[in-house]
Design a binder for this molecule. Structure first.
Ligand code: PHE
Length: 335
């Protein structure tokens, strides 16, 4: 009997549990009703009276140490590790995905203009020459029509180079008033760097009605700039040129990084360009069968990447398309 106790004591000592199943196996084998230790207790009645005290003590000791061992298995982390090595008892963290920063800013832009009554329209990314260039008053020899700047798919078909093509698509089928925002992806044949990519995203705005003036354009854009970048934001319009607007301008906002003191984002000028705009050229209205004697309008177009970079201090355009989770996870939002 003493030998059997000693043998089982040894087994118990050697036993290691690497999983919950092992711990249960241990319990069944030694401590359950039909386990080896219970068996020993059953046989205890056959022990001769003079040995009863000694054997009884050994048996009790064995039972207590086996029970302690089982308790330790239950507490230890080791048995909570599954076959794969993963700790199966760790609470599942509340995994919150995050919106892509460009999507976030796109929504913000559309929401701000939505408050001014602008609705949303979209157009195709594969576009014909008419909608991307000709109807927008691009001359035949304009450099954008060159293979070097535009991804052509066929002779008259290309990946759109801007969202202005959607202006034409909507104006062709709608009589004014038209007040719309047109977000989408655009493509240009550029070498990829921190500042340029072969595709990016724009949001186009268009308002055509009777008596729409440049003052309306300016006030609309000022409202947008201050809602997007903060009340203290200033804007300035510089004369520029686009084939489809006349007059045309580029809009700068006071630098969101240094607030006008001068930094390398604004190249020490205190201003950063964020969009192109102007009054819709009468020739464009005419191309869409809208009478320029009756109607006038303004249009503007901005790059979503640019707005996002300024708003969140992102300094490399490539981050937006690399899908690095460490970058993306920084943009949590309720929106
Ligand atoms: N389409 C122009 C661009 O891509 C931006 C623009 C839109 C300018 C509307 C004026 C009016 O640069």
């Amino acid at each position: 009997m003493k030998e059997r106790i000693e043998k089982i004591r040894h087994e118990v000592e050697e036993f290691t549990a690497k999983s919950k199943e092992h711990a249960e196996e241990f319990r069944l084998k030694y401590l359950s009703r039909k386990g080896k230790i219970s068996e020993l207790f059953d046989d205890f009645k056959n022990v001769s009276p003079e040995l009863k005290k000694e054997v009884g003590q050994l048996l009790n000791k064995l039972k207590v140490s086996a029970q302690e061992k089982l308790d330790r298995f239950k507490e230890s982390d080791e048995v909570n590790v599954g076959e794969s090595g993963a700790d199966l008892t760790v609470p599942v963290p509340e995994w919150k995905g995050s919106r892509h920063p460009l999507n976030l800013v796109r929504r913000q832009i559309l929401e701000i203009f939505g408050r001014l009554g602008f609705t949303v329209e979209e157009g195709p990314e594969i576009e014909d020459d008419w909608h991307n260039f000709s109807a927008l008053n691009f001359p035949e020899d304009h450099p954008a029509r060159d293979m070097q700047d535009t991804f052509f798919i066929g002779k008259e078909v290309a990946l759109r180079t801007h969202t202005s093509s959607v202006q034409v698509r909507i104006l062709e089928k709608t009589q004014p008033p038209v007040r719309i925002m047109m977000p989408g992806r655009v493509y240009r044949n550029e070498a990829i760097s921190a500042r340029a990519h072969c595709f990016f995203h724009q949001v186009e705005g268009l308002y055509v009605d009777k008596n729409v003036s440049f003052a309306d354009l300016k006030q609309t854009l000022l409202y947008f700039a201050q809602e997007m970048f903060g009340e203290e934001t200033k804007i300035r319009l510089r004369p520029s040129y686009f084939p489809f607007t006349e007059p045309s301008a580029e809009m700068d906002i006071s630098c969101t990084i240094c607030h006008g003191k001068g930094c390398n984002v604004c190249k020490y000028s205190g201003w950063v360009e964020i969009l192109g705009c102007g009054m819709v050229d009468p020739a464009v209205l005419q191309n869409c069968k809208i009478d320029p004697e009756v109607y006038s309008g303004f249009a503007f177009g901005m790059g979503i990447e640019r707005i996002t970079m300024l708003k969140y201090g992102v300094n490399d355009l490539r981050l937006f398309s690399e899908n690095d989770a460490r970058f993306l996870a920084q943009f949590e939002s309720e929106m």
